[in-house]
Design a protein around this ligand. Structure first.
Ligand code: COA
Ligand code: AMP
Length: 633
């Protein structure tokens, strides 16, 4: 039966140029495109070639010029500093254009990279938009990453300037950012010309003369900058995400396609209109933060909530309800893990009853599989539609969702509903052929991908092709396995690579293995994601020691855990590891991580026919039991 969703979906697939060309009329362009979809260099597709625009202009200035300068653009709500501060679109424009002046005074030009390593404070958003304003390319690095990870990103992006803050606040812990930044710069080969540091009263940073500059001082005499026209196909940002090795992938986002797609998703998917309050409880260091704390809501003219806190402990499990009611939030977007944390502290949702949630209409969840318990708890306690939707850093917006602005489909637990308009999805078997509805295979999207998705990896077209386009020619490989049922509902079951999702954060077990293997006593190791009731998954490490090592195994384990924290960061949540005599392998030498994971999670598993020596599995079961995993726990 035809509805707004089927109409939009069918047009987006049968006539993508018509669909997106029409959608793009909603944005401001200095110069219109020569082509909506440029397929002259397949498999690299580009959207809106020849067009000129500015993302910051569309997200900020346009609303001021349209008479909405007094509308709130940002509500900064920080229970960790007991602060609530609002910025109207006019005030946002002033801050952003002034900070753009600071960047220009440090020599930043169109196309230069700027790394932003900051906590959840408004200045981080100003810095992102200021880059967009002058055509510089920002790369935000999540605060929970260690110096080494920051250094890897500095080496790849080669930023002219780094913007940071003196500290972040994790519930009650003050995390000093400046020592991490200094260490990262000393570890990297690409040295920035300047660092601009926002000093927070909770911890002031020591500035290095001649390299570091104080945010406030610089702002006081900066010359505000106007928006600079950029090509629609110019990069807006690079966001590094975990790949299968320690070298993260630099996902590139362009200006034009990104702006068109994100603005459209706000109403079509999230059901919000300009002037309404939208809250993505995530972090600007992740793609959710880029798309739905900063760009999506501001492009739409919504008020966005910037939350510096946690779902529990700041001060308690009622903080989400307080914010929804106090700021009249219409749509909340977060990860299921946040709801599991709340449910654990307040299982009967009694705290919710103290707040007026009458303005709240939709809860959207993504980042990891939405388990049925969390879904039903949220549905029953909130009594609003709870929408699971599936996407990735690479895609920038939802691949599959129940699009609230188009049509409300009946929810099937475990499914993010149907492919969003623009997404021509298929499930392929190992032979590259489509499987039957309901059968599991590789979830892939037929090329071209819709606007707003990654055009390539930063200065690495080859890795882009090898990572996403090689296995199934003509398709983008999501690296998620799943199925599509007879009704067209998508089910996402598991990653097909060694990426795990810890509290909605994407991490590479391969990267952790590289760190563990660098410990002098470790001969080989395996890291796998095991089930966790709060975080969904947590990493668990198994290590074989070098022959002749006779040191205390507990000491070595502690050192390895500390090493991962130091090299990757606290966000890895790597706290569980054990020493084993040997690792189970196939005869060709492949470590059986999947089998070990099944043992740890008490799942049934088949002993692989190609196993080298199956007695190893009994030893693994014993070892896992000693640290509380598997049937022998
Ligand atoms: N800067 C510095 N350290 C950080 C950090 C940051 N921005 N973010 C997290 N960390 C640290 C934490 O302090 C913690 O350190 P610890 O080992 O010393 O305790 C570690 O990294 C792990 O953090 P986290 O995974 O957030 O675990 P948590 O136990 O502190 O909180 C949740 C668990 C579920 C409450 C939390 O993950 C959460 O709120 N998730 C919401 C969902 C979300 O943001 N998803 C992102 C994509 S939508
Ligand atoms: P990230 O790039 O950090 O957004 O992580 C993307 C990965 O998270 C996807 O490839 C999936 O494995 C997983 N993911 C995101 N959303 C969902 C969802 N709704 N259901 C299941 N898995 C999800």
């Amino acid at each position: 039966m035809s509805n707004l969703y089927t109409q939009a979906y069918d047009q987006s697939i049968n006539d993508p140029e018509g669909f997106w060309g029409n959608t793009a009329q909603d944005c401001h362009w200095y110069k219109k495109w020569d082509k909506v979809l440029d397929d002259s260099n397949t498999p690299f597709y580009r959207w809106f070639t020849g067009a000129q625009t500015n993302t910051c202009y569309n997200a900020v200035d346009l609303h001021v010029e349209n008479g909405f300068g007094d509308r709130d653009a940002i509500i900064y709500d920080s229970p960790v500093t007991s602060t609530i501060r609002k910025y109207t679109f006019s005030q946002l424009k002033e801050q952003v254009s002034t900070f753009a002046g600071v960047l220009v005074s440090k020599g930043v030009l169109k196309g230069d990279r700027v790394i932003i390593y900051m906590p959840m404070i408004p200045e981080a958003v100003f810095a992102m938009l200021a880059c967009a304003r002058i055509g510089a390319i920002h790369s935000v690095v999540f605060g929970g990453f260690a110096a080494n990870e920051l250094a890897t990103r500095i080496n790849d992006a080669k930023p002219k300037v780094i913007v940071s803050a003196s500290c972040g606040i994790e519930v009650t812990k003050i995390i000093e950012y400046k020592p991490l930044l200094d260490e990262a710069i000393s570890l990297s080969d690409a040295k920035p010309d300047a660092c601009i540091i926002f000093q927070r009263p909770q911890a002031r940073a020591q500035l290095i003369q001649g390299r570091d500059y104080d945010w406030d001082l610089e702002m006081s005499d900066a010359v505000p900058q106007d928006c600079v026209p950029v090509m629609a196909t110019d990069p807006l940002y690079i966001l590094y995400t975990s790949g299968t090795t320690g070298q993260p992938k630099g996902v590139v986002r362009d200006n034009g396609g990104h702006m068109v797609a994100l603005k459209w998703t706000m109403e079509a998917i999230y059901g919000v209109k300009a002037g309404q309050v939208y809250w993505a409880a995530s972090d600007i260091g992740w793609v959710v933060g880029h798309s739905y704390i900063v760009y999506g809501p501001l492009l739409k003219g919504c008020t966005t909530v910037l939350f510096e806190g946690k779902p529990v402990g700041t001060p308690d499990a009622s903080v989400f309800w307080r914010i929804i009611s106090q700021h009249r939030v219409k749509t909340l977007f977060t990860a299921p893990t946040a709801f599991r944390a709340i449910k654990r502290e307040d299982p009967k949702a009694t705290l919710m009853k103290n707040f007026d949630l009458s303005g709240f209409e939709y809860l959207f969840l993504a980042g990891e599989r939405l388990d049925p318990d969390t879904l039903s708890w949220a549905q029953n306690s909130l009594n609003v539609p709870v929408i699971d939707h599936w996407w990735q850093t690479e895609t920038g917006w939802a691949i599959a969702a129940n699009c609230m602005g188009l049509h409300h489909f009946k929810v099937k637990p475990g499914s993010p509903t149907k492919p969003a308009p623009g997404w021509d999805m298929a499930v392929l078997g190992d032979d590259g052929k489509p499987v039957k509805p309901g059968d599991i295979g590789a979830l892939v999207a037929r090329l071209p991908l819709p606007p707003g998705t990654l055009p390539t990896l930063w200065q690495n077209d080859q890795r882009y092709q090898d990572s996403y386009l090689k296995t199934f020619p003509g398709y983008y490989e999501t690296a998620d396995a799943g199925y599509i049922d007879e009704d067209g509902y998508v089910f996402v079951m598991a990653r097909t690579d060694d990426i795990i999702n810890v509290a909605g954060h994407r991490l590479s077990t391969g990267a952790m293995e590289e760190v563990i293997a660098s410990h002098p006593d470790v001969a080989e190791c395996a890291v796998m994601g095991v089930e966790d009731t709060l975080k969904g998954q947590i990493p668990l490490g198994m290590m074989v020691l070098n022959a002749g090592v006779d040191r205390d195994e507990n000491e070595i384990t502690k050192e390895v855990i500390e090493l991962v924290r130091k090299k990757i960061g606290p966000v890895a949540a790597f706290k569980t590891a054990t020493v084993v005599k040997r690792l189970p392998k196939t005869r060709s030498g492949k470590i059986l991580r999947g089998t070990m994971r099944a043992i740890a999670d008490k799942k049934t598993y088949k002993v692989p026919a190609t196993i080298d020596d199956y007695t190893t599995l009994d030893e693994i079961e014993e070892s896992l039991g000693k640290i509380g995993y598997g049937k022998k726990a």
